[in-house]
Design a protein around this ligand. Structure first.
Ligand code: PBG
Ligand code: ZN
Length: 325
């Protein structure tokens, strides 16, 4: 039986009825706020391609993390810009490196918020690749040890969750084993399991100064046309001990988010609303071409509706303010 008995518009006539039948609700609980941390004091460098995003020195970072906590955001994720880069990414696993110091400062001064650290080498290598390099090859197996060392140094500083974003094969197992070996069995792994070789990371590479100096990341990150391969990547990471898996970027891969969620419904799934996705909305808003606030909400709700349980987004604090007001 169809029209005129059925009139779907009945359930859309006002906001209260729409609220009652709404299927997906975005919550502050879903959000993770990323931060870029840099050496120095009272440093707040605007990232030109990401309006509203800054490279922050640790003192300012601590203040921002407090604000995030006060807004009810459950977690932040940290990216470091080291003082010096070298071919073996020494700054990544230095006990006194930028991330290690930032985590210690946050843990000393801010309670009640989860600190996630991005585990990768590209911000710390002079060549800008996510692993060790020999000639033009990005080496897999020798990189694993450095990633594991990096993760352990983050855990020692107090990180609650480590998030490997390098896409080397076997890194989740290597990190899990190293963490357990040092007694960090309660430090969780949020793996960037399904990470595409995407052009949407452009603004991030300005923010983190991590663009590869030669070639690109296509020999280790996933090929954008592939979706079924996401199941293979995610299942390997789950077997190796990932507690949370991730799809990245979010918007061009909503189908992949849905596929991964339906295939592994029992594993919490994160999606990364990446820098380019953020910058495009900011740019269109600046030109007056879109209704900024509505587009931001629609975007994040769409990512959640696709199946994400957790959303990493540069909009997190802005959106949290709206959600709690
Ligand atoms: C490091 C890393 C990147 C992002 C998260 N971790 C950059 C890259 O792989 O080039 C991208 C995040 C964003 O674009 O917002 N490997
Ligand atoms: Zn990297």
């Amino acid at each position: 039986m169809g029209f005129p008995v059925h009139r779907p518009r009945r359930l859309r006539v006002n906001e209260n009825i729409r609220r009652m039948v709404r299927e997906t609700k975005l919550s502050v609980d879903d959000l993770v706020q990323p931060f870029f941390v840099i050496y120095g004091e009272k440093v707040r460098n605007p990232v030109e391609s990401m309006p509203g995003v800054y490279q922050l020195s640790i003192d300012y970072l601590v203040e921002e993390v407090k604000k995030a906590r006060d807004l009810g955001i459950p977690a932040v994720i940290l990216f470091g810009i080291p003082e010096k880069k070298d071919p073996v990414a020494s700054g990544a696993y230095d006990e006194n490196g930028i991330i290690q110091r930032a985590v210690r400062a946050i843990k000393e001064k801010v309670d009640d918020i989860i600190v996630i650290t991005d585990v990768c080498l590209c911000e710390y290598t002079s060549h800008g690749h996510c692993g060790l390099v020999k000639g033009s090859e990005v080496l897999n197996d020798p990189t694993l040890e450095l990633l594991a060392k990096t993760a352990v140094s983050h855990a020692k500083a107090g990180a609650d969750i480590v998030a490997p974003s390098d896409m080397m094969d076997g890194r989740v197992a290597a990190i899990r084993e190293a963490l357990d070996g040092e007694g960090f069995y309660n430090v969780a792994i949020m793996s960037y399991s399904v990470k595409y070789a995407s052009s949407y990371y452009g603004p991030f590479r300005d923010a983190a100064d991590s663009a590869p100096k030669f070639g690109d990341r296509r020999s280790y990150q996933m090929d954008p046309p592939n979706a079924k391969e996401a199941i293979k990547e995610a299942s390997l990471d789950i077997e190796e001990g990932a507690d949370i898996i991730m799809v990245k970027p979010a918007l061009p891969y909503l189908d992949v988010i849905r596929l991964v969620k339906d295939t592994f419904p029992e594993i919490p799934l994160a999606a990364y609303n990446v820098s380019g996705e953020y910058s495009m909305i900011k740019a269109a808003a600046k030109l007056g071409w879109i209704d900024y606030e509505r587009v931001v909400m629609e975007t994040l709700v769409g990512i959640k509706r696709a199946g994400a349980d957790i959303i990493l987004t540069y909009f997190a604090m802005e959106v949290a303010e709206k959600l709690i007001s």
